[in-house]
Design a protein around this ligand. Sequence first.
Ligand code: C2E
Ligand code: MG
Ligand code: MG
Length: 555
Amino acid sequence: MEEKAFRRSYESFQDAIKQFASCMDDYLFVFDLKKDCYYISSAAAERFRMPSNEFSNASEVLKEFVCSDDYLMLSNDLANLTSGKKQTHNLRYRWIGKDGSPIWINCRGIVVNDQDSRPEFMIGCVNEIGVRQIADNVSGLLGESTFRNRIQRFQKSFPKGFILRMGIDDFRDINEKFGTEYGDIILRIVAECIEHSLLPGQQAYRMVADEFVVADFLGGSGSDAEKLYRRICSEIEKKIEERHYESVYTISGGIITSIDMTDLDYTDITKISHFALGEAKLRGKNQVYLFRSEDYSRFLRKRVLLRALREAVANDFCGFELYFQPIMKTGSGELFAAEALLRFCIYDTEFVSPAEFIPILEESGLIIPVGKWILHNAMAMCQECQKQCPDFKISINLSYIQIIKSAILTEITSSIASATLQPSSIIMELTESGHLENTPAIQNVWNRLKEHGVNIAIDDFGTGYSNLQNIGTLMPHIVKLDRSFTLKALQNTYEYQLMINIIQMVHSLGLQVCVEGVETTDELEKISALGPDFIQGFYYSKPCPKDEFIGKFLS
Ligand code: C2E
Ligand code: MG
Ligand code: MG
């Protein structure tokens, strides 16, 4: 008799829950109806907005994690159970997750009476009935929620191991070309290849869409993860061959190790693991990338910059400024033109280098509105300067994105007209980056600008793609030799000789040369001796704001 009473105590139910909880995804609970105390599997306290998995004053505390719309229904049911009107509880309603989102649950329980047949406890089980996917029927693998549970169970303290996240490259194309049923077959094949390649202790999960994860917390290293990735790839290749190449696909993989996960929660682990997979895809797909925190910092920095650039554009270009650097005639040292150079200031204090933010403007397409703003402001500056120096020209950098993705020709000609300038006062600088010669759209703009009377300059000549032959085909008005070329020419005789020959060749075609990046008197003398038409560099001035430029060079 005594033993029976003991078995039915609150503590004995708790003990049983502790023992069973680790073998199940559902949550077991005991509710002491007389003392208003509640105990539930510890995993519930990680998932739902409850103070802990054990609390008193339960009917009040329930309000904290039961959706307010559902609370009345629940408390009516509890009243019936406590008064003995009902012996079983079976309700579907919503609890509130740790992040505040509602989660559908089904709570079932039975009442256990005391020796006097009065309701004493309710014991039972809560299970999630929403989209929480335990396993995936398409791939046959465990699902994301199981993976999440596993990660959360480590409570941020991870043994040595890794997470390899994989995605099928261009999976959307497969679905579009062959249909989603075929897509499902590919998912199953990839899942099989992954399972075949696993070593003991490694577990695979299917995540959303075409993504899979393998977790290894039994000592696997980054290079073990790479080896695993390669085994999976070769399994996939075999399958493609077996199926006579009816479709050919590849996978990319991103690896993070326990060291990268130190102190991170599931959400942050997911972020860096997604980043790692994203990097593999960005670097050309069909490859694996091992997480590096420097890359991630760069990625975050880029995101911050992109947000700041977007805000600046939306906020009437606040944060952008145009600086101007003089371009002087060689020999006389007279002012010929100014190059307009974009500046961007973040948090009102930090100047960001154009080398950092121009590519972001280009990738995001923001270079199009910003480019219009540059045209408008540079031409207004030119108009102002011509009041004192009628021959003054303005040199404006143009990105190939502006040419390919906007009506740049109209933009340039209408800006010239509204600033009442002569087209010959304008120099448009285009970087010769391999796009120039081969893209008809660019060729067309190039030719139309020349027809309109605008001067054209090839910028950054001497870096990367430079091709002497292109100068003959493109026939710009000015060739600008990049500072990196100038530096080399000043340091070594071969490059110096090359510069002499290039300048001669450009002249022989009837075109002009501007040498960029001259900083000292000594450099000025050496470069002037080669007879370029123009010189630009810190020797004359660093780029500066408009008023400073006017004060220095036009007053
Ligand atoms: P770029 O068009 O070749 O501009 C010349 C760059 O060389 C400028 O860098 C200028 O400050 C720098 N420079 C000039 N003389 C010297 C010198 O003597 N010594 C040194 N160390 N540097 C010198 P900045 O302003 O940082 O611009 C870098 C690049 O960013 C530009 O190269 C251009 O490609 C791009 N950029 C700048 N402004 C714009 C813009 O408004 N639109 C577009 N599309 N690109 C721009
Ligand atoms: Mg330039
Ligand atoms: Mg340049």
